[in-house]
Design a protein around this ligand. Structure first.
Ligand code: FAD
Length: 504
């Protein structure tokens, strides 16, 4: 089947994950007259576009959708080895570690409509203390808006067995000295409670929303690789897109170009386009992650049978998720998850009371270094024909001591809850958090340490915007997507304002 690519649009968006979807949504709301096209290298998995795969009820279809997100198939199988890889993602096949460095063995990506947002866990905590972007005076208002777009709620699992008890025990052990807003609480989650009581995960489909889907000026092109941004006289003037269905290349003129292609592939596309500011790919950071699991002590009563999930139901009612917020004094982000949302394998010794086995994940903020970076090879290409990646990444002394402290902190939390299932917490290899930041970082001034300004426009190239976790300039320990979406909202609004001003 052939399809028609436009010759020109007002705005070209590269990538259809939550960040790219944010631009589509805000432009659909604020400048519906503007023509907007989104180019996504991965396939369309489901309807509506960007649907979270866990909302697909049929297990076979769900597994197929995950496999279709895993990029070039052969690479994934060959690359994994002993490295951990999550369904729906694929690892960097090589170049993830240089001799003598720690590297990012867990560095992963997803290629599909909806990006990693079709596979994520939906935890949307607000950044606190030094995690916040201090030079954005309206950050809280942007975070409010990001919560609206992602549909974030903090009462999704209030009725989950033991979740109140989990929080009570953690509070007693950990809340002393914390500000009220940074005490143990329910994890804010991007989920939707359907009319029939089911809870489903927000994917990019929720961010796109009806406003994008019904906007006749917005078009999404799956299986469309953006190979290059067209730059003329210091201005972005369009994109070169390869239709992966037939190999044809299309030059599409655009008034503005937004690159929301994840924290590794956004700098890749800029580099491939000759946009190479000093900070591009640098300050790469990932959140060192430690996990542990416990059996809640003294919880013998089996909860109501109605709490069991029905076959095919996506999130069971006993999926409580609690949050131990980051503070500058206790600089770890704690995620405490019951059963099917847990990131760690749980007990297999018979059937535990639903909700009584708890997985804990503690994330550290990285000690930022300019030399931690993704570089690109001028000669070698990846499976898409884009410049191959080379990761340079080291944990510093401060990182090692912060990881040690987080191991103590997770043990304290675990012991407050019950009996640990293992002797020691397990610290994952770098990259396993799936939260990579800093590679196209935002700054207040063009001082060589940032790639874009506060509205996400690239300093070096006018009308070129970057989006996603790479834009985050601060060392954060909390899950990044809410903050990335907040930063994308500011960028999208500034484009909409410019388009509307040009029209008047
Ligand atoms: P992505 O979602 O990665 O989307 C980028 C898109 O760009 C991809 O679809 C990709 O195919 C496309 N693309 C790349 N290059 C090109 C190109 N050249 N041309 C065209 N398209 C291109 N985050 C949280 O905050 N909370 C969580 O609880 C959480 N849990 C997670 C659990 C899992 C299992 C996974 C996999 C991720 C999790 N994350 C979580 C991370 C979260 O999914 C990401 O932060 C989020 O998806 C980033 O959104 P994005 O739009 O910036 O990038």
């Amino acid at each position: 089947m052939t399809r028609t690519f436009p010759a020109a649009v007002d705005v070209a968006i590269v990538g259809s994950g939550p960040s790219g979807a944010t631009y589509a949504r805000i432009l659909s709301e604020m400048a519906p007259q503007a023509s907007v096209a989104c180019f996504e290298v991965g396939p369309l998995l489901a309807d509506p576009p960007g649907l979270h795969v866990k909302n697909i009820k049929d297990a076979g279809e769900r597994a197929a959708a995950q496999r279709r997100s895993e990029g070039p198939q052969a690479e994934r199988a060959a690359a994994a080895g002993t490295r951990m890889v999550r369904p729906g993602t694929f690892l960097l096949p090589d170049g993830y570690r240089q001799p003598g460095e720690d590297g990012l063995p867990g560095a992963a990506m997803s290629s599909n409509v909806g990006g990693m947002g079709a596979h994520w866990t939906g935890a949307c905590p607000r950044p606190g203390g030094r995690e916040r972007v201090g030079f954005l005076p309206n950050l809280d208002a942007l975070l409010d808006e990001a919560e609206r777009l992602l549909h974030v709620v903090d009462d999704a699992f209030d009725d989950a067995p033991y979740s109140q008890e989990v929080r009570r025990r953690l509070s007693t052990a950990l809340d002393n000295g914390r500000d009220p807003g940074r005490r143990v609480q329910a994890m804010p989650l991007a989920v939707v409670r359907e009319g029939d009581g089911r809870v489903t995960w927000s994917g990019a489909d929720v961010v796109f929303g009806e406003r994008s889907r019904t906007n006749s000026n917005f078009t999404l092109f799956p299986e469309a690789l953006t190979e290059r941004i067209l730059v003329e006289d210091g201005y972005a003037r369009g994109v070169l897109v390869k239709d992966l269905r037939n190999g044809a290349e299309h030059e599409i003129r655009a008034g503005k170009v937004v690159v929301a292609a994840d924290a590794l592939r956004t700098p890749q596309l800029l580099w491939a386009s000759g946009v190479r500011p000093a900070a591009l790919g640098r300050y790469l950071n990932d959140q060192p992650q430690t996990v542990f699991a416990v059996r809640l002590r003294e919880v013998t009563t089996l909860p109501d049978e109605s709490a069991q999930s029905a076959p095919g139901q996506t999130i069971s009612k006993h999926s409580g998720v609690s949050w131990v917020p980051y503070t500058d004094e206790e600089p770890f982000h704690g995620q405490v998850m019951q059963l099917d949302t847990s990131p760690v394998p749980l007990a297999d010794d018979g059937v535990p009371a639903p909700g009584s086995i708890v997985g804990l994940g503690w994330f550290c903020a990285k000690d930022l270094q300019e030399c931690d970076r993704v570089e690109f090879d001028a000669y070698e290409q990846d499976a898409y024909g884009m410049p191959a990646m080379r990761i340079h990444y080291r944990l510093t002394e401060r990182d090692h001591s912060s990881i040690e402290e987080s191991r103590k902190a997770i043990r304290r939390a675990a012991e407050a809850l019950g009996e640990p299932l293992d002797e020691e917490p397990r610290t994952f290899d770098p990259g396993a958090s799936l939260h990579y930041q800093g590679t196209t970082r935002m700054g207040l001034h063009d001082d060589g340490a940032s790639v874009c300004g506060p509205n996400s426009e690239v300093w070096a190239v006018k009308d070129l915007f970057v989006a996603g976790n790479g834009v985050i300039p601060t060392p954060i320990a909390c899950n990044p997507t809410l903050l990335s979406v907040a930063l994308a909202i500011a960028g999208a609004r500034s484009i909409a304002d410019q388009l509307n001003a040009d029209r008047n």
